[in-house]
Every structure is written in C-alpha cells, then in structure tokens.
Write a protein that binds this ligand. Structure first.
Ligand code: G3H
Ligand code: 13P
Ligand code: ZN
Length: 343
C-alpha cells in the first residue's frame, strides 16, 4: 500500500488504545528488519529518518528503499517520518522527498542544541503545519527540551536546569491550540542514546506524571515519547562479551512506556536498542569467525537481531495485529480532511 499520513496511524492507535513504534533507519537492512517484524506481527509501523540519516543515504537511496518496502508489503500500513527537523526548510525538503510526516523540533534553535524561546517554537511549528497540512502531511511538534535529568544529552542540560525544561502541561495546551500540530513530543526526563539513567529510573527522573496531566487536559492529543529505548542488559552484555566496552546503564523500562500508552502516548521513538542489537550481532560474527569477510555473513544476523527487537516492541506497544484495521488514506484525502477540520 502507498505510504500513509502518520496521522492516520495515530488516530487508529488512539481509537484502539495502543502505541506505534517509530524506528529510525539509515540503510536497507534496517528497513528490511522493521518490515519483516511488521509483517510477522501484523503491525502498522512508523519508519523515521533523522537529518543525519537523510544525508548518509543521500535522500534518493532512502526514498527508493521506502518505495520498495511499500511495494513488497502491500498489507502493512507504513508512515515515513522526518525525525527532528531543525527548521521549516528541513521539513519542506522531507515532504518533497515523499515523507508523509515530519517533526518540526522548534524546542531547539536551528543548531539543534540551544533551547529556543516559546515564541520561536510556535512560529516555526505553525509555519510547518500550514505548509504540511495543505499537502496532507502530518506534523509532530515538541514542547520542552529533551535531555536526561541525570546525563545531559540533547540540550546538554542536567539537574535543575533539565528539570526546568520539562514539558509544562498548561503550556502544552496552549501550544497545541496555537500550532495545530497532529502530535506532541514531550520532555519527561528521557534523552537520546544509551546513557539515559545511572540506575533503573524512578518517578524522580522519569516523569510519567507529566504525560498523565497532559492527557487529563488534552485527552485527544497524540503524545510522542522520544528517547524511548529500553537499553536491555542482554544487548549490552552481548556487545561487551565480544570486545565492546559499554558501561552499566539504564533505559526506559517497557512497563513505563506502556503506562504512557495508557495515558495518550501514541508514538514511541526507538533507535538505540536497534543500534545495540546490530552492533552485538556483528561483533559476535567478527569474534567467532575472524576469517569471514563476506558482508552478508554479519549483516544478515545483524538484521535478524534488529528484527527481534522490533517484534518485541511491536507486541509490547500493542500495535501487533492492527495492520488489517487501517484503510488507505491518500495525502490528498488527508489534505481535504484538514480543510474540513479547519486546520
Ligand atoms: O534523534 C535521534 C536518533 O537516534 C537519530 O540519531 O541523528 O544520529 O541519526 P542520528
Ligand atoms: P533512543 O536513543 O532512546 O532510541 O531514542 C530515539 C529517538 O528519540 C529518535 O528521535
Ligand atoms: Zn528524538
């Protein structure tokens, strides 16, 4: 089936009370792993590419790989999403490349590091919404600044400074009304990468309460959790067993994500867990078969390892079994819906 607007997947997820994994890709094997997992678990799925991924794949390779995925899996609803667009121009170019969804991350300035004023966030996000909705494309915005309370990823903030940049539920209400976004990424204490928490997170550093309060105020808002890798010890152990050096670290427990899903989280971003799975599988082949040099001998187990992670998440997030329930909606249909909705 053609790539669908992400909004269609999120609306279905909200209607049926589940979450959709949004998995990052850079190459063919990662797309294959996600699609095989989606097929096996009968899941709708979001595939996303960062600016770095688009540059790595020169855009054109990625576009054709995504078209191949849609062609090979006609029964799987897939949305193609620009992850962390740092300016309206990044989002516009993604739309030109056939992405059916984009994130305007106006929580940070164009450098992708400095926290931006609220007014800048509203202005840039609204600009993207106006452009994208005319074309039926979904828009995700972000309010609050991602970055661990402990570790200082993202904007590089830690401690009290990071706490001050978590999403304010009252401001979230205002932001959604002022921008018309389809989905809202919230900052609740998670960060990108493997080093999120120094121990299993408690409510002090992973604030699911913010999600609950936003859901109470905005029951129809589709929330997005970034930095949602669980960083399983088993995957770290495999890497370290075969020569890696990853120190003890903790991610977001799947049960906390499930609590988020019960409270309005509809999109869950996962990249790091798949990176860990791929790296462990490749290290294992290199360690056990040092005479091997055919790339397929390590890329195939890497792809399988990523597929296993995706399958587990698809089942845990509740999207498994829902592929057949989603009807094709074209970008033109969606653009007309926005007109009816007054957006
Ligand atoms: O936004 C974070 C994702 O994990 C993508 O990371 O910018 O290294 O491609 P990247
Ligand atoms: P992880 O690094 O936790 O996988 O988060 C990925 C992400 O949020 C991409 O936008
Ligand atoms: Zn992110």
């Amino acid at each position: 089936m053609p790539l669908l607007p992400m909004r269609v997947l999120l609306d279905h997820a909200a209607e049926h009370g589940y979450g959709v994994g949004a998995f990052n890709v850079n190459n063919m094997e990662q797309i294959q792993a996600i699609m095989a997992a989606a097929q096996k678990t009968e899941s709708p799925v979001i595939i996303q590419a960062s600016r770095g991924a688009r540059s790595y794949s020169q855009d054109n390779y990625l576009r054709h790989l995504m078209l191949a995925a849609a062609e090979l899996y006609p029964a799987i609803p897939v949305a193609m999403h620009q992850d962390h667009g740092t300016s309206p121009e990044v989002c516009f170019s993604a739309i030109e490349q056939g992405f059916t969804s984009c994130m305007m991350d106006g929580s940070l300035l164009e450098d992708g590091k400095s926290p931006a004023p609220y007014s800048y966030n509203v202005e840039t996000t609204r600009k993207v919404v106006e452009y994208a909705h005319r074309r039926g494309v979904t828009v995700e915005g972000e309010l609050g600044t991602l970055g661990g309370i402990e570790d200082g990823h993202g904007a590089g903030l830690t401690g009290d400074e990071a706490l001050a940049h978590l999403t304010d539920p009252a401001q979230a209400e205002q932001f959604v009304a002022e921008t018309g976004v389809d989905a809202l990424a919230v900052a609740i204490g998670t960060s990108h990468g493997a080093y999120k928490f120094k121990q299993r997170p408690t409510g002090e550093v992973l604030k699911i309460g913010i999600i609950k309060e936003i859901h109470r105020r905005l029951p129809n808002c589709h929330m997005v959790m970034h930095g949602s890798s669980s960083v399983p010890k088993e995957l770290i152990d495999i890497i370290n067993r075969y020569g890696g050096q990853i120190p003890e670290t903790y991610g977001v427990p799947v049960e906390e994500i499930q609590e988020g899903i019960r409270n309005g989280v509809r999109k869950i971003n996962v990249d790091t867990d798949n990176r860990l799975a791929i790296t462990g599988a490749i290290r294992k082949v290199f360690a056990e078969k040092p005479a091997e040099f055919d790339p397929r001998s390590y890329l195939k187990p890497a792809r399988e390892a990523m597929q296993r992670v995706c399958e587990e998440r698809m089942i845990a997030f509740g999207q498994a079994g829902h592929a057949g329930g989603i009807k094709v909606v074209s970008l033109d249909d969606m653009a007309r819906r926005y007109v009816t909705m007054g957006r």
